[in-house]
Write a protein that binds this ligand. Structure first.
Ligand code: AMP
Length: 228
């Protein structure tokens, strides 16, 4: 024995599910309840587009069409973000991986850091309901809190419950045509990851058509067990 301690690996959780399943909403709740950092490749890509970086310029049209941005760009963006100091407390991946190539790249990245995936959690929803869910959603431009015209309106119209901000934003790709393509991309390229993680013994499934708070309770139980 040399007295050195084995560092406790920070938890890594993955939320799987089609656009509109509630990954972002639930990931934000887990940030608060479990001290995890939400890593959304969609948010990182939108920031790259807004900043006009080379990756952002290459990703913009692909995102507007509802297709998947190349594995090369997305893996590079995620790798950089994972190296930030705050990620050492544990992460919840929202919208990544979305292809088998990305899942394999993540496995390799984590292995190199002595980490592993604690759980990949599939939010199980009915596709038909996703267009309505997505078409009504918007975010606070100040703090990012997500809302929905029908399912989660602000208490006071136009004012964020969380930070009091009044600038609300709707995503350019949250329209019916693009959503159809995003759902098709999910089924063709991302849904196979459910079997991928089942094969690793890391998969949990959560019915996610109910109320946000009920789904949060089910998710909390899975995350508590997976990070114990
Ligand atoms: P999201 O905010 O997760 O719905 O992502 C918005 C868009 O960003 C998607 O429709 C894709 O065009 C792109 N995107 C986000 N994450 C990924 C990823 N892991 N792989 C490929 N494209 C992605």
């Amino acid at each position: 024995m040399d007295g050195s301690k084995t560092p406790v690996a920070a938890p890594v959780l993955i939320l799987l599910g089609p656009p509109g399943a509630g990954k972002g909403t639930q990931a934000r709740m887990l940030e608060e309840t479990h001290g995890l950092v939400q890593l959304s490749t969609g948010d990182l890509l939108r920031a790259a587009v807004a900043a006009g970086t080379e990756a952002g310029q290459r990703a913009k049209a692909v995102m507007e069409a509802g297709d998947l941005v190349s594995d090369e760009i997305v893996v590079a963006i995620l790798r950089d973000r994972l190296a930030d100091a705050d990620c050492a407390q544990g992460v919840i991946l929202d919208g990544f991986p979305r292809t088998t190539v990305q899942a394999q790249a993540l496995d390799a990245l984590l292995q190199a850091n002595g980490q592993r995936i604690n759980a990949a959690i599939s939010l199980e929803v009915d596709d038909a309901a996703m267009v309505d869910r997505i078409s009504g959603r918007y975010n606070c431009g100040g703090c990012g809190e997500g809302y929905h015209d029908t399912f989660k309106p602000t208490a006071k119209p136009g004012v964020c419950d969380h930070c009091g901000g009044t600038e609300m934003r709707r995503r350019a790709d949250d329209n019916a045509e693009t959503v159809a393509q995003r759902l098709a991309a999910y089924h063709a390229q991302t849904a196979p990851l459910i079997d991928y993680y089942a094969g690793q013994g890391a998969l949990s499934r959560i019915p996610a058509m109910g109320a946000i708070d009920q789904i949060a309770v089910a998710l909390d139980n899975v995350v508590t067990e997976a990070t114990a």
